[in-house]
Design a protein around this ligand. Structure first.
Ligand code: BGC
Length: 565
């Protein structure tokens, strides 16, 4: 099980309100205690932080806000001492506009080798004042920005699929490929156990950069056609059920956008795989690729490519038994079909936390976020109950599970974050139409009674923490039967003990349609998604997402039983 640390919000050793590597080191024992196998660190590189570090200005150094390279070395040493692997985030699709490579490109003439590192193009029209094509940035607004020449006249345009401060590299250029192989070597030599590869579906763009208009219902990152996070109404009002039109049941597959999932990306990862396999130990490449359907995503994890790919189809599935069974079947078939483990994930730093998302009453596309004026505000009690049931279900599945810092505390999305505190570029680039991702990035609470809930030694916190988070603090929950952290600890312990990650799933017949029931080796898992209680079969209770009487299984609850021999 891999635990995502979002460094700016995990633990702050200096007290400046921004988490840092020293803070992480101090808290590593608590992760070992939780029972994780590996940590994945979101970016800590030198960066102007226009996109929370996903805008890298130096790929081979640590931003002073987060510490030093010596701190990184100490972190790896301490993690390894505790038996934890360290996976770091690599951001190859784009750099920061402050990277020396981009600054040199700006200072060099059109057509120069420095310009050829990025995607500079002339504009359209007599004065070149129309962008080279109609692509839109994932964060909203055009994907092109025009530069100004040294003499003050308008110059070429450069492509940025994300913020204007994140120029896209030209991965057709062998020079770019060589630089990144060196960057991989740099971190592998320092003991990194692998890389989570950011936007791993985006590096290659279709030749000629043709115009593209996404279908109206596509998700922001990869053209997802699944409902993202919509839930059935729990009260039986049926508000969210609707008749499906023919077009919805048999949708035309959307054409692949010319900037996502181009075939040419695969040869890049084959080179990287050969490199990491030349190192000792089990080093891994994990694709952050918003690609559907799942059998297409599986191309990223063919035997000579990456080792794992995030399963966003699973994350995006609503709390409905049929949909969950279907996505599990599809995932196992697709990944096992190419010899890779399936992965499972419910939350990360880009989506509404699942303790809120699973009780949303309307769809919320990836990255849109939630704020005080968003419709479909979730019921927090129902959200947490479903989140605990969903996690207990996920942690029983064969494959690799990823969890995001704070979910083990049951943290909800911070929906009421003041607008003045928001920092996600999405919020600014959509003129405040989309709240963006700050609500899932608030520094996490460790101690109920300490300033900043023990996030750091002072009350500082780069995003304000809600006043009512004391009950979520780690020290409020540790050792308390039934708490969310104890549920995670038990589930992770049993998952390891019963080797569920390496097991085989078999659906169990004879249950109502809205009940998910399967066995994985010695464990039987039953999740009740109906509105009524279910009689439990006989069997030793190993785990329950809620306190139960042992005879009946209430709604929105998952149990693990020891399977009969
Ligand atoms: C990361 C985001 C980031 C984007 C651009 C994503 O997939 O997870 O947080 O904003 O890539 O780097």
């Amino acid at each position: 099980m891999i635990y995502q640390v979002y460094p700016r919000s995990f633990a702050d050793a200096t007290g400046d309100g921004m988490g840092d590597l020293r803070g992480i080191i101090a808290r590593l024992p608590s992760l070992a205690h939780l029972g994780v196998d590996a940590v994945w660190l979101s970016p800590f590189y030198t960066s102007p932080q226009k996109d929370a570090g996903y805008d890298v200005a130096d790929y081979c150094d640590v931003d002073p806000r987060f510490g030093t390279i010596a701190d990184f070395d100490a972190l790896v040493a301490e993690a390894h001492e505790l038996g934890l692997k360290v996976i770091i985030d690599l951001v190859p699709n784009h750099s920061s506009d402050q990277h020396v490579w981009f600054q040199q490109a700006l200072a060099s003439p059109e057509g120069s080798p420095e310009r050829a590192r990025y995607l500079f193009r002339d504009g359209i029209g007599e004065n070149g004042d129309t962008p080279p094509n109609n692509w839109e940035s994932v964060f909203g607004g055009p994907a092109w920005t025009r530069i100004t020449r040294a003499d003050g006249t308008p110059g070429q345009w450069y492509l940025h699929l994300f913020d204007t401060s994140q120029p896209d590299f030209d991965w057709q250029n062998p020079w770019v490929r060589e630089q990144f192989l060196d960057i991989l070597r740099f971190w592998l030599d320092r003991g990194a156990d692998g890389f989570r590869v950011d936007v791993a579906h985006g590096l290659i763009k279709e030749a000629g950069l043709p115009d593209y208009t996404p279908p109206a219902d596509s998700g922001s990152m990869g053209g997802s056609t699944r409902p993202l996070g919509a839930a059935e109404s729990h009260d039986g009002s049926g508000v969210h059920d609707h008749e499906y039109s023919l077009a919805e049941v048999f949708p035309e597959p959307p054409p692949t956008p010319p900037y996502w999932a181009q075939d040419g990306v695969h040869e890049i990862y084959r080179d990287w795989r050969a490199l990491i396999d030349s190192y000792d130990g089990d080093r891994v490449l994990v694709a952050e690729a918003w690609v559907e359907p799942l059998d297409r995503l599986a191309h990223w994890v063919r035997p000579d490519e990456m080792n794992q790919a995030f399963n966003f189809a699973y994350l995006s599935t609503r709390w409905k038994a049929d949909d969950i069974r279907e996505v599990i079947d599809e995932s196992l078939a697709a990944f096992i079909g190419v010899g890779a483990p399936s992965t499972w994930v419910l939350s990360n730093h880009d989506v509404v936390r699942h303790a809120s998302r699973l009780a949303l009453t309307i769809e919320n596309p990836q990255g849109y976020g939630m704020g005080p004026k968003s419709p479909g505000r979730p019921d927090p009690v129902l959200g947490l109950r479903r989140a605990r049931a969903a996690t207990a279900l996920m942690l029983a599945l064969p494959g690799s599970a990823y969890i995001y810092q704070g979910e083990e505390l049951g943290l909800p999305e911070d929906i009421d974050l003041p607008d003045s505190a928001r920092q996600d570029p999405t919020w600014f680039r959509t003129n405040h139409e989309r709240y963006g991702r700050d609500g899932c990035r608030v520094p996490i609470p460790w101690e109920a009674d300490a300033p900043s809930y023990g996030f750091g030694p002072t009350a500082n916190s780069w995003l304000p923490q809600p006043k009512d988070w004391a009950p979520f603090a780690r020290d409020s929950q540790l050792g308390v039967a039934g708490s969310t952290i104890e549920l995670y600890r038990s589930a992770l312990g049993l998952r390891g003990g019963h080797e569920l990650g390496h097991g085989t799933l078999e659906w169990l017949p004879g249950y109502p349609a809205d009940v998910i029931a399967f066995s994985n080796g010695s464990v039987t898992v039953i999740a009740n998604l109906t509105d009524s209680e279910l009689r439990l079969p006989d069997g030793e209770l190993l785990l329950s997402s809620e306190a139960i009487d042992g005879r009946t299984l209430p709604s929105d609850t998952t149990v693990w039983l020891r399977s009969r021999a």
